[in-house]
Design a binder for this molecule. Structure first.
Ligand SMILES: Cc1ncc(COP(=O)(O)O)c(C=O)c1O
Length: 342
């Protein structure tokens, strides 16, 4: 992809997130790993809103209001950070919310802890469905929307992770922040940078890829998948990028093969399932830098990054920005798994 500077044609946005978020050095861990390591603190986008989703939701919820919606419907895993950020943001702007959440046995839903507690505190209605049913979530979305319409409601459907062309603007905007952050570092924007993030529904990666190219940032975006595999994410991220380019008439040449870099191999035991070495790394990062990673996304991505660096210290060049995309509430349901390590 040719890099080029262009005026960014942002769609309408609500001002909900605490941005810009800080870019901070991780000095001790960087020294240990032999690289210049920074962390972009998108875990600080808000207290209840913490994490990456609110950046996307600023654009998606602006559209919901514009469409006259009174209720948002979205979906995710039981401890979905996206679902929690959506329902809290909806409450902040006076909308009702319905969630469709995945759990192995819907007749015995998970306890009221972590993100689920927050979902219920803000009054969200939760429909529990099986992983099998989740594969047909688009139909379930439509049924729920039809029911709400019948009773006079105006529903607005937000896809998993708010990962669509509109949501991608959230991370195009984050890339604009990063351009300013990098300009203030030693060697400014001249030194090549690798931006590393966890990918789960693709929207963060898509926005970062589009944004870094729109802004002409001298950076590579490397995404570590926490579920599925490389082929799946090349398709999902590629579709979001291509839809955004088409829908918003962006003047960017884009190639899936050249522009999407996925490191597969760190899903571990599966989505949201932890291995002791991942939890030990989370504890090590907390002790060394006072940074709280989450077990489902950022912990796995950080683990993947350190494993790759231990094999090849030059794997990502000498300056890395790790995107801390949030997920703190996912730590609490894992207390029993952490206990033997502490
Ligand atoms: C904490 C956290 N980090 C990273 C991700 C991945 O972002 P995306 O869904 O945009 O790929 C998610 C959600 O999926 C998340 O909740």
């Amino acid at each position: 992809m040719n890099t080029q500077k262009q005026k960014i044609p942002y769609p309408p946005r609500l001002d909900l997130a605490n941005t810009p978020t800080p870019l901070k050095p991780l000095k001790r861990l960087g020294e240990k790993l032999g690289i210049e390591l920074y962390i972009k603190r998108d875990d600080l986008t808000g207290a209840g809103l913490s994490g990456n989703k609110i950046r996307k939701l600023e654009f998606v919820l602006a559209d919901a209001l514009n469409c006259g919606a009174d209720t948002v419907i979205t979906c995710g895993g039981a401890q979905s950070n996206h679902a929690r950020a959506t329902v809290i943001a909806a409450a902040m702007i006076g909308l009702r919310s319905h969630l469709i959440l995945r759990t192995p046995d819907p007749s015995n839903p998970p306890p009221l802890e972590g993100n689920i507690l927050l979902d219920r505190l803000v009054g969200s209605e939760i429909a529990w469905i099986t992983p099998e049913e989740y594969k047909n979530r688009d139909e379930i979305f439509e049924q729920q929307a039809a029911n709400l319409r019948k009773s006079g409601g105006k529903p607005y459907i937000i896809p998993e992770g708010a990962s669509n062309a509109m949501g991608a603007w959230g991370y195009i905007r984050a890339a604009e922040e990063l351009a300013n952050d990098l300009a203030n570092l030693p060697d400014g924007t001249d030194r090549p940078t690798t931006i590393i993030n966890a990918t789960g529904s693709g929207g963060t990666s898509a926005g970062l890829i589009l944004g870094t190219h729109m802004l002409g940032i001298n950076a590579r975006v490397v995404s570590i998948n926490v579920c599925d595999d490389r082929d799946y994410f090349v398709k999902v991220i590629g579709d979001i990028c291509e839809n955004a380019i088409a829908n918003y008439h962006l003047d960017l040449p884009f190639s899936r093969e050249r522009d999407i870099e996925i490191i597969d191999g760190y899903v571990g035991r599966g989505y949201a399932l932890s291995q002791p070495e991942e939890l030990a790394l989370i504890s090590d990062v907390a002790r060394t830098e006072g940074i709280l990673l989450d077990p489902v996304y950022t912990g796995k991505a950080f683990f993947g990054m350190t494993q790759e660096l231990s094999r090849d210290p030059n794997r990502f060049g000498d300056r890395i920005v790790f995107m801390h995309t949030g997920g703190i509430f996912g730590l609490f349901p894992k207390a029993n798994e952490f206990a033997p390590l502490l």
